[in-house]
Every structure is written in C-alpha cells, then in structure tokens.
Design a protein around this ligand. Sequence first.
Ligand SMILES: Nc1ncnc2c1ncn2[C@@H]1O[C@H](COP(=O)(O)OP(=O)(O)OP(=O)(O)O)[C@@H](O)[C@H]1O
Ligand SMILES: [Mg+2]
Length: 280
Amino acid sequence: MALIEVNKVSYAYSDGSLALENVNMKIEEGEKVAILGPNGAGKSTLFHLFNGISKPKSGTITIDGLQVCKKNLVKIRQMVGMVFQDSDDQLFNSTVRQEIAYGLLNMGMSGKELEDTIAWALKVVGMTGYDDKSPHNLSGGQKKRIALASVLAMKPKVMVLDEPTAALDPRGVHKLIELLDMINKKLGITLIFATHDVDTVPLLADTVYLLDKGSIVTGGTIEEVFNQKELIRKIDLRLPRVAHLVEILKKDGAVNVDHLPLTIGQAKYVLENKNLYKKI
Ligand SMILES: Nc1ncnc2c1ncn2[C@@H]1O[C@H](COP(=O)(O)OP(=O)(O)OP(=O)(O)O)[C@@H](O)[C@H]1O
Ligand SMILES: [Mg+2]
C-alpha cells in the first residue's frame, strides 16, 4: 500500500464547475512529488482535499491507510502539513513563537518539550532568534520559512506545499530548494508540491504528475514526463530553459543527445562532452 492513494477523485465547486475529474495517484513514503499544471488546472483544489479542507464529490483519498473524511480529520491533519501559497493566509499570530506554538499547544504539548520543539523548528528553517518578531513584519521568504517551521514542528509525515517558490527571489528559491531537500532526506518527510515553475521541478522532485483541466494527463519520473515535449507544450507549459536551449542546439546539429538535460548541471555535462548525456 502506498502512503497516499488518490482513487477516482472528482470535485465540483458549489457553482457546478468541475475542478477535478477522476484523479488517480499513488505516492510512496519519502517521495518528492510535483503536481505540475497551468493556472486553473486544479492543483490547489487537489491540495485542499489532501487534508480535508474540502471533500471529494466522488472517490477516496487515503493517507497511511486512513481515509480523509470527517471522523479521521484530527489524525489526518497531524499527518499532513499544509503550506499555503500565500504565507499571509497561514500566519495569524502576533509573534513567531506563538505562531509555531499554536498547533503544538492544541496537541497538548507544554513546558520544556514545547520550548525545545519551537527552537528545533526555527533552527531547521534557519530562523533562530526570530522568536519575538511579528510574522507580519518579515520578508516574503522569511514568512515562508516560518510557515514551514510551524508545519514542521508538528512532525508531519507528509508536507503539501502549494506553489512554494512563488513570490521568492532567485536566492530565496535556491535556499528553499535546499531546505526542502534536507527536510525530505534528513527528516524523511514525503513532499508534494504544486507548481507551474518547470525550471524548479527537476531540482526538487523525483516524480511528476501533469495536471490539466482537472485531469492527470501523465505521470512518471522527471525524465519520463519531460521527454513528452508535445504534451507539455499542449497544456501551456514549457520545457526547462536549459532543455529548450539544448533542443535548439540539437536541431542545429551542434549536440547529439537522446534525452534533453533538465538542469544546469546536466546541461554542463552535455555541452562539455558534446555528445553524451548522463543523469547527474
Ligand atoms: N471557489 C471556487 N468556486 C468555483 N470555482 C472555483 C473556485 N476555486 C477554483 N475554482 C475553479 O476550479 C478550477 C481549478 O482551480 P484551482 O485553484 O484548483 O487551480 P490551480 O491549478 O491551483 O491554479 P493556479 O495555478 O492559478 O493556482 C479553476 O477552473 C477555477 O476557476
Ligand atoms: Mg493554485
């Protein structure tokens, strides 16, 4: 049994618009999964189903064998931590400390354990010393880190991140990618993130699902999915910039590759070796 199973899930909003149609997915423990799709594809809608903010019209979602439904909500929300696209939707306490303590206090944590957990979460996201600051007076990237810390403090099995790199500057994106990679590798947390940032996906995910108009159009490893160039372009996305560059060079006969490189590291290898491709 996979950690997360999405089985024939459909969802319609109250005005009748069908936002998800027959979505099927299996996500294994420890995986890093990108849900890649253009605006309006249904990414946020799907994420709201993962921790029970909304309920499917039909079909089921199970997390670690437990169905996402009203009677299991407390357990589901302990397992699934949600990081919203807009940190201002997530941060509502007057200090960073209170923000991180909020969920822990609700769980009944107190005393030294509470203090240690807050300190640990702040350290993981590189925000030690910000305890007494108001979350509202932080920069966008810092707010994102505090939102991550408040979710991490709950020690979830899965973190669901809606457009985590949106609104971050290039350095902020780079640091967030490193942080999420560490959270996945060192803490063993399964990551699912929604994005239309095709350049970030190969750096962060190992599996991708392409979502368009509420349906999964394909899924697989990064290489398998990005090899389907026509499909990606058909749904108004594009290849990563480096892949596009090497595609042009290939067309001009300058390089000879079977698979387009998806990251700068892979492209460097291809260009240095002219006719080789290696997964780096
Ligand atoms: N509250 C709502 N009521 C009615 N329809 C909605 C509502 N919220 C979203 N939709 C519709 O559902 C579809 C999926 O929206 P969703 O927000 O899940 O897309 P998304 O993939 O997250 O897009 P984006 O990349 O822009 O964040 C869209 O067609 C949208 O218009
Ligand atoms: Mg969205």
